[in-house]
Design a protein around this ligand. Structure first.
Ligand code: FMN
Length: 329
């Protein structure tokens, strides 16, 4: 059974240029979820809100737009506008853990309020043209909150639920609770997509043993560390030389985007450094390489440090796992 592999959204990181470069130079994903859009309102949508979305099914790459909102009218307006542009799925973010969002009953902030989720779904599901999918967590503060939400979801036609088995309180720290995900499978009438702590193909194998029959997986920070993760999970053998070639092309595309679209120079390098916070874990001495990249003050210094890093030895599964663990501390 071939797994269905989705690339997770990362606000500020997996911009359109990142997703397109990944699809073009490396690939392996069935779909790419775009980071959330917010504040689109209920009257008209400002074009600047849609700049991160390519034409639907751009060059064979499936992009799924995501929205964060607690207003049915806003969800319907955006979803239907995107439907006219060819998008047939809208993802509703019910997982974002940051206080700025959650304290306003958005993202995971809605999870302690099943009745509000029901009120929103009731209206949205009557008027929304694209199919609705949801991305959520176990709860805002308690992992059991999800068990009061799933019966609400069960009443509505939801395409699938991407479940990241951490609570909002955990942010992205500690362990994702695969056992809790397993429990949720018993309570959901909709397909669940597993998302959390998949950092190499061996880790996915372990999760497959725990969750037999699970077909849909969303790859998160593991994919930012190792852009080849989806292809490795699919069993593709990629030699170190081919990897380096792919990485060089991927990096070149990212850098061209930064130079052409992000200003001033300090922010260009800032975006690249933010990506290297993860990508450095692909290399044997990643922490040291990341320090060198972080020190870069201008384009010349940045490129020297990045090219030096790409030429280094790869980390292997153990090194990648160690890097992931540092991110979850
Ligand atoms: C910097 C950052 C930005 C994120 N942005 C989004 C986002 O826009 N929408 C979303 O649904 N999740 C977002 N996430 C969550 C990830 O998509 C994913 O669910 C999370 O990393 C858990 O998976 P993992 O344990 O495999 O990394 C973000 C996470 C991080 C660390």
């Amino acid at each position: 059974m071939q797994p269905v592999l989705m690339m997770a959204p990362f606000r500020g990181l997996s911009l359109k240029a990142y997703r397109q470069a990944l699809a073009r130079h490396i690939g392996g994903y069935d779909s790419y979820y775009a980071p959330f859009i917010s504040g689109t309102g209920t009257t008209s949508i400002h074009p600047s809100k849609l700049v991160d979305l390519p034409a639907a099914n751009d060059g064979g790459t499936t992009t799924i737009p995501q929205l964060i909102s607690n207003r049915a009218d806003e969800i319907i307006l955006l979803g239907n506008a995107l439907y006219e542009r060819g998008y047939d799925e809208l993802n509703w973010n019910l997982g974002c853990p940051f206080a700025r969002i959650a304290n306003k009953k958005r993202g995971c902030g809605l999870l302690p309020h099943p009745e509000e989720i029901e009120r929103i779904l009731d209206k949205v599901c009557r008027e929304l043209k694209p199919r609705l999918s949801v991305k959520t967590r176990l709860g805002k503060t308690e992992p059991g909150e999800i068990l009061r939400i799933l019966p609400v979801f069960n009443q509505y036609p939801i395409k699938h639920i991407i479940l990241h088995p951490r609570t909002g309180k955990q942010l992205y720290r500690g362990k994702a609770r695969a056992e809790a995900f397993k429990e949720c499978l018993k309570h959901s009438a909709h397909p669940l997509v597993y998302n959390g702590d998949i950092y190499h193909a061996g880790r996915l194998k372990k999760l497959q043993e725990l969750l037999p029959g699970q077909r849909h997986w969303m790859l998160g920070r593991g994919a930012l560390i190792n852009p080849f993760l989806a292809r490795e999970i699919r069993g593709h053998f990629i030699s170190d030389n081919k990897k380096r070639e792919g990485l060089e092309a991927f990096h070149r595309s990212l850098w061209e985007h930064a130079k052409g679209h992000i200003f001033p120079e300090k922010r260009q390098i800032g975006w690249m450094k933010a990506l290297w916070h993860y990508l450095s874990g692909l290399f044997a001495h990643g922490e040291h390489l990341f320090c060198q990249i972080k020190r870069a003050q201008d384009s010349g210094e940045y490129l020297r440090a990045a090219h030096h890093a790409i030429a280094q030895e790869f980390a292997g599964d153990k090194g990648i796992e160690a890097h992931f663990m540092r991110l979850t501390r």
